[in-house]
Ligand binder design. Structure first.
Ligand code: SF4
Length: 332
């Protein structure tokens, strides 16, 4: 795909399980958490791509892998046509200018001992920009871009002197100050009051339109994904279950897991009929994921032994849509 900014091929991340002394006496076999287990997708330039799923699905680990905050176990991460999967940290340092992150919790991601000016200027200094005039101009411009205006009023405040929404704007300004190509936004509004979520989401959409920045938006909230994203991949236990444009996937979900997530989204119209698609129980342990289809232990559309024994591939089912389920394609 010529216009892909980020391409992910068969990406895996296994974390070794720390075992206590007695456990190692009983079993010498090393266990692993299968956090991300062979996923492939492409993020087009200037789009907002959603990674959605319950907690424990592997979406945050995927975001950290794409930024190379952690090293993959296997697979490829291709950024602007270059394979960055295993390049050394000194080469990553110059690339970090183009790859930025906005974390979930603006209360924890900002250093409480630093003023806003120092927080937003930090990535510039790490990248070797020390000219005070240049740093000051870039910091002011970043604050203005996130609508903290006039910037002078915010430069010398500490995080505790800001509201939750203002803190998250500072976090976005810090991500923007290097003019990045790609931003991973990890549940950036889930810790904020409902009343200010829309403001931050609209800000991200405006920034994407203004600077053509590409976003990976990590969320468990399909309604928010539909509101701001172009494409979506739905993850479950480290695998992608369904992928396509947000309108296709959310308005006409094919995979039983996506259907259950869509039905769980509240609608403001009490007269609107909703079909019941219930998923039972908790997400299984990623240390020992179910055989065959990973969703088979909770699937309301289970069709028999094939679901339990054979893992469905993520197959193309037309248009932009891919689905991993034996109900579709020729895998039955
Ligand atoms: Fe359900 Fe079987 Fe499809 Fe898995 S493969 S989602 S268990 S129907």
């Amino acid at each position: 795909m010529a216009d892909a900014l980020v391409e992910v091929e068969n990406l895996k991340k296994l974390f070794p399980v720390r075992m206590g002394f007695f456990r190692t006496l009983v079993s010498r076999k090393q266990l692993f958490v299968h956090a991300v287990d062979g996923i492939s997708f492409k993020v087009k330039k200037s789009e907002i791509f959603a990674l959605a799923g319950e907690s424990g699905s592997g979406k945050t680990t995927t975001g950290r892998l794409l930024l190379r905050l952690i090293q993959p176990t296997e697979g490829k991460i291709i950024f602007e046509g270059r394979d960055i999967s295993f390049i050394p940290e000194r080469e990553m340092k110059s690339l970090r200018r183009k790859l930025q992150v906005v974390f979930q919790d603006p209360y924890e991601s900002l250093n409480p001992r630093m003023i806003v000016e120092t927080i937003v200027a930090e990535p510039l200094r790490v990248q070797g920009v020390h000219n005070p005039k240049e740093v000051s101009e870039k910091v002011v411009r970043a604050l203005e871009n996130v609508e903290l205006i006039p910037a002078d009023e915010f430069l010398f405040r500490y995080p505790h002197e800001l509201s939750g929404g203002q803190r998250q704007r500072v976090a976005v300004a810090r991500a923007l100050v290097l003019d990045p190509e790609f931003i991973v936004a990890d549940e950036p509004v889930s810790m904020l009051d409902v009343s200010i979520r829309a403001e931050i989401l609209n800000l991200m959409v405006n920034l994407q339109e203004k600077f053509s920045t590409t976003f990976l938006y990590i969320t468990h909230d399909l309604a928010l994904a539909r509101h701001i994203c172009n494409s979506i991949a739905v993850m479950y236990l480290g695998k992608i279950m369904e992928m396509g444009t947000v309108d296709e996937v959310i308005l006409e979900p094919l995979h039983p897991y996506t259907r259950a997530l869509v039905v769980a989204v509240p609608v403001p119209d009490p007269t609107m009929a909703r079909s019941e698609v219930v998923i039972k129980g908790e997400i299984p342990s990623p240390v020992n994921p179910p055989s065959g289809c990973r969703f088979h232990t909770r699937c309301p559309s289970y069709i028999g032994d094939i679901c339990r024994t054979k893992e469905p591939s993520l197959i193309h089912v037309g248009g932009t849509r891919f689905v991993a389920c034996h109900l579709y394609g020729k895998e039955k």
